[in-house]
Design a protein around this ligand. Structure first.
Ligand SMILES: NC(=O)c1ccc[n+]([C@@H]2O[C@H](COP(=O)([O-])OP(=O)(O)OC[C@H]3O[C@@H](n4cnc5c(N)ncnc54)[C@H](OP(=O)(O)O)[C@@H]3O)[C@@H](O)[C@H]2O)c1
Length: 375
């Protein structure tokens, strides 16, 4: 693997650390598997963390996908102690699933035995400090042409890529806070959320964001740039503009979250990351032959794509320079990159946060689920 930051060489030992990675496996056709340079970035992140000794919770959308992901990891990295990897069901388009997944993470050893049964493995007793998580990597995301709504009210990309992680982070934050109080280790607690450089490259600087409007979650793209209308939609196999708008919201989330953590005096780092252009199964499945050909020839492998999220999640340089890295957007391999100007717009950020809080709480109440916790 040739990167400027090689995770296996550079990452410290992670024994005793507990991580959560969302979106462990893209489970597509054989044809796309063969075209792709490897499977999803999330599964590689899990593989690297586990090889360094961390205990990793990996989320998938079905038990079958968890089983297949486990088989892939076992075949690819036989040195991993499989008992270090736990599988949790999580559908980011479903607020109940998000709450259930977080509850599962927060539960005790008995509940963890249920996770072991899911793996088909013998129930095990945890060796780790209970009720803590050291790092959370929000990797999962959707890219689609579909204009359907989640919960009858939220645009699909906004729901899965931004609102889902917003709620999930809020739900597991107590575990991350616990990890900061772990007196046995030097706490180093991080939340890494995968965005994309597309939010800055594909949306013109004067793109009409309206995150300060109540309709921003239902209809985030009011007007498409001419580049998309005449060129882009013939090149990409998914709605790049809606995807990019949701990824702008992700960068704003990471920044807004850092401000709240800082205000609460919590030593937790929040960063957003572009992993590079990576030829994953997901990319191969959603694009046309033109992009597929470019991807096969020039894009990174998933292993290389895992490097920047892992840099954000583990590099000591970040911990040593928290004031520089906190809330920032990183590109390969660990470079701080200027995001779209909307990220620096305080009114847009405040609007996005307030509308999301209000709408998520309304939806949670309708489902009979407790509201968001204080950050
Ligand atoms: N690949 C690139 O070139 C590139 C570039 C920029 C940014 N990124 C970002 O990097 C991350 C990983 O990319 P990737 O190429 O590895 O993606 P991928 O192969 O498409 O995998 C995406 C993962 O997200 C999961 N997912 C999708 N919808 C979900 C939902 N509703 N609930 C829970 N999980 C869901 C998928 O699960 P299923 O298997 O169940 O569908 C899959 O595990 C994403 O955030 C992506 O936006 C990738």
């Amino acid at each position: 693997m040739t990167t400027l930051w090689d995770p296996l060489r550079e990452m410290a030992k992670l024994q005793g650390k507990i991580a959560v990675v969302t979106g462990g496996r893209k489970d597509l056709s054989e044809a796309n598997s063969q075209l792709a340079r490897s499977s999803g970035i999330g599964l590689e992140i899990v593989g690297f963390l586990a090889r360094k000794g961390a205990k990793v919770y990996c989320t998938t959308r079905s038990e079958n996908k968890a089983k297949r992901a486990r088989d892939v990891l076992r075949a690819k990295y036989p040195e991993i102690d499989q008992e270090k990897i736990k599988w949790v069901l999580l559908d980011l388009s479903d607020l109940r699933s998000i709450t259930d997944a977080a509850d599962e993470l927060k539960s005790n050893e008995t509940k963890l035995d249920i996770l072991s049964i899911l793996q088909g493995a013998t129930p095990l007793i945890l060796q780790y400090a209970p009720n803590t998580i050291d790092s959370l990597v929000n990797n999962a995301a959707a890219a689609t042409m579909s204009h359907s709504l989640v919960a009858g009210r939220w645009e699909w990309h906004m729901a899965v890529n931004f609102i889902g992680p917003f709620l999930f982070v809020n739900r597991v934050l107590p575990l991350l806070k616990n990890a900061t109080n772990d007196s046995n280790s030097n706490p180093d607690v991080r939340i890494v959320t995968l965005s994309s450089i597309a939010h800055a490259n594909m949306l013109p600087h004067n793109f009409e964001f309206h995150f300060d409007s109540p309709s921003c979650l239902a209809n985030p793209v009011v007007s498409y740039p001419w580049q998309w209308r005449y060129i882009g939609r013939f090149i990409f196999g998914f709605d790049m503009i809606r995807y990019a708008a949701s990824k702008a919201a992700v960068v704003m989330f990471a920044k807004g979250l850092q401000s709240r953590l800082d205000a609460g005096g919590l030593p937790i780092l929040s960063l957003s990351v572009h992993p590079g252009e990576v030829a994953t199964e997901g990319v191969m499945a959603i694009n046309n032959v033109f992009i597929k050909t470019i991807a096969r020839l020039t894009f990174l492998t998933s292993q290389q794509g895992a490097a920047t999220p892992l840099f954000a999640a583990t590099a000591s340089k970040i911990k040593q320079n928290q004031n520089i890295y906190g809330g920032k957007f990183l590109t390969p391999y660990g470079k701080i990159q200027a995001p779209h100007p909307v990220v620096e717009d305080a009114q847009q950020l405040q609007g996005l946060w307030e509308h999301t809080t209000k709408e998520v709480n309304e939806q949670l109440m309708a489902l009979g689920i407790p509201p968001l916790d204080r950050w």
